[in-house]
Design a protein around this ligand. Sequence first.
Ligand code: SF4
Length: 64
Amino acid sequence: MKVIANMHICEANARCVEEAPEVFNVDDDDEMTVLQETITDPELQEKVRRAVARCPRAALSIEE
Ligand code: SF4
């Protein structure tokens, strides 16, 4: 699984960080970063799917 973030529409509200802090980070300057783009662990993949579903800006997508 590969995570793709559209930084043009992300508003750094950190919903994705709440779901998968191993994969997403929002720093003190309100900048969201994808910490790992390729996810192989099934449990982590599930967290990422929840993060994608919860993103209020639809800024995240995944490629299987
Ligand atoms: S949940 Fe969406 S809008 Fe919020 S920080 Fe994550 S990618 Fe950005």
